[in-house]
Design a protein around this ligand. Structure first.
Ligand code: MG
Length: 240
């Protein structure tokens, strides 16, 4: 005669069953990152002159060159600083960008900004070539000691670091605020996410090459620029 299972035996069998059940496994798929992070960057029409870091490296002369990077949305996802600044100094408008108090207050905020993987790859490639690396930002300099330069050194391991160039609020005769810096630093290649990065490089002279970096999809700097609109080269997968 069969004896009914004791409660203990039943539990033991249940656990054994649970252990043999198939465990779901996440399949690694690098495409998912692009899909999840920046839908905008997935629209990759063939008409755009896409380039990769390796292709840029292969296209450069043997001698070291001077390279400049925009900062916001090019090397750092810094929208959090600007979002906070807008809520604090001029909710609903961009007036905060005209206030020196904002630029003073936002100094140091970049300890919360996220460095972009694409910027790391670019900076490493240029440093391996012994290129001179400069940063040119449209930000206005703070009145106290600026904290961006040491942060960029720490974040990207930048060698032979030059002080960040703050173009905001500097009197100029050119149309675009970064143009005088691109000219005086004798920049050969400028990277940026904004239309004004591309047009400043164009204004600086035909010898300056401009490469577009894609703005992060959740940037607060709107409207989004249309990459490739100046027939400039665009770095693939550079939204993060
Ligand atoms: Mg920018």
């Amino acid at each position: 005669m069969k004896r009914p299972l004791s409660a203990l035996a039943f539990l033991a069998l249940s656990f054994a069953g649970a252990q043999t059940a198939p465990v779901p496994v996440l399949a690694p798929n690098p495409v998912n990152k692009a899909l999840n992070i920046s839908g905008r960057s997935l629209q990759m029409p063939e008409s755009i002159r896409w380039v990769t870091v390796d292709e840029i490296r292969a296209s450069l002369p043997d001698r070291p060159i001077n390279v400049s990077f925009d900062i916001d949305d090019t090397v750092l996802s810094s929208s959090g600083c600007f979002w906070w600044g807008q809520q604090t100094f001029s909710p609903g408008s961009t007036e905060y960008l005209q206030k020196q108090l904002f630029w003073d207050a936002v100094n140091g905020c970049d300890r919360f900004s996220i460095p972009k993987d694409s910027a790391r790859a670019l900076i490493k490639m240029h440093q391996d070539r012994n290129d001179q690396i400069f940063f040119i930002t449209g930000r206005t300099a703070p009145r106290q000691m600026e904290l961006l330069t040491p942060l960029l050194v720490k974040t990207f391991g930048t060698k032979n670091m030059h002080f960040v160039n703050f173009a905001g609020g500097i009197p100029r005769e050119t149309k675009y605020d970064k143009t005088p810096f691109i000219q005086s630093l004798k920049i050969d290649l400028h990277y940026g996410d904004a239309d004004s990065d591309i047009t400043a490089a164009m204004e600086a002279g035909p010898q300056v090459r401009a490469i577009r970096v894609i703005r992060a999809a959740n940037s607060t700097n709107l409207p989004m620029p249309a990459v490739g609109s100046f027939n400039e080269e665009v770095l693939r997968d550079s939204a993060w």
